[in-house]
Write a protein that binds this ligand. Structure first.
Ligand code: CAA
Length: 287
């Protein structure tokens, strides 16, 4: 465990937030996962229990480790009460700058002065929320990948005003979770891994929209020629087409470059409510 951090609060109990919280609890941290709605918290608890049961039944974890982790994990709707004793807050809520700024301003008011405020966003760089707080030197991005229980990479991204101490603590924290930290020297929307992925996704969407190949065949090529574990369309379904859409829009807001806008086929799926696995249909049908 990281020596400066004992207690972690994760804000947002969606797919990312809940798994990030589980990773922290499994690594020995007292952890809260909080959301506004009780049903979001209940769903997170149910899904994490199912996931851990599966890991135990497959012999990947011991029942003792899992029980101990759940003892350390609190599901709550009282964000401020949790954040008041956090050493690190990881915000994994909706990709909306106005909401994030408000959340950071509120966290700044309730957290102790030493608390690091991190956002898991891959697209909203932390300089855009840091000035909503009185502790910009303790604000950075700490970015996990989906599914956070499995993926090893965690990007640590400082803004120009983040202190070296904050970066060092965040990197040590990521390592203490058993993750592989990747430290960026400066902010860029998307960071490293998502920019690589974005280039692949943009090309895949172009090939599809130009009628060069069906999306299933493009996925097959990525899996069998490049040995990617999933093709770009399967991956969009797993990450969420709504997430992909909103990330593109956020990037457009930051760059003003029309090339950042979501592809036409993504916009159509987003508007049709075909958001991927979680909605039962995206590129593929899961019903
Ligand atoms: N949550 C937790 N664990 C999961 C999971 C999930 N949603 N899905 C799969 N797993 C784990 C389970 O342990 C599973 O084993 P069981 O089914 O026996 O329990 C194991 O992974 C293997 O799963 P599968 O057999 O279903 O499929 P797989 O071998 O293809 O592995 C995968 C699944 C690990 C997700 C793999 O396909 C993979 O690595 N895909 C690429 C994921 C990726 O690129 N992620 C980055 C996305 S970009 C991002 O996250 C950025 C962002 O900002 C949003």
């Amino acid at each position: 465990m990281s020596e400066n951090i004992q207690h972690v609060t994760v804000v947002g109990a969606g797919a990312m937030g809940s798994q990030i919280a589980m990773v922290c609890a499994l690594a020995g941290y007292e952890t809260d996962v909080v959301d506004i709605a009780q049903d979001a918290v209940d769903r997170a608890s149910e899904q994490l229990h199912a996931r851990m049961d599966r890991d135990v039944s497959k012999g990947r974890r011991t029942p003792e480790d899992v029980d101990a982790a759940f003892e350390r994990l609190t599901f709550s709707t009282d964000r401020d009460a949790c954040a008041a004793h956090a050493d690190l807050v990881i915000e994994a809520a909706v990709e909306d700058l106005t909401i994030k700024r408000q959340v950071f301003a509120e966290l700044d008011r309730v957290c102790p002065p030493h608390t690091i405020l991190a956002t898991n966003s891959s697209n909203i760089v932390s300089s855009r929320v840091a000035d909503a707080t009185n502790r910009p030197e303790k604000v950075c991005n700490v970015h996990f990948f989906n599914p956070a229980l499995v993926m090893e990479c965690v990007e640590v991204v400082p803004h120009a005003g983040t202190s070296r101490e904050t970066v060092a603590t965040a990197v040590a924290f990521a390592r203490s979770l058993g993750k592989q930290p990747v430290e960026l020297k400066k902010e860029v929307p998307g960071f490293v891994a998502n920019r690589l992925l974005g280039a692949l996704r943009a090309e895949a969407l172009k090939l599809y929209e130009d009628g060069v190949a069906d999306f299933e065949d493009i996925d097959t090529a990525a899996r069998t020629a490049l040995r990617h574990p999933m093709g770009p369309f399967e991956l969009m379904d797993m990450v969420g087409i709504d997430v992909v859409y909103l990330i593109r829009l956020a990037e457009y807001e930051q760059t003003g470059d029309p090339a950042s806008l979501p592809a036409e086929s993504i916009k159509e799926k987003y508007e049709a409510g075909e958001h991927g696995r979680k909605s039962g249909k995206g590129w593929y049908d899961y019903r």
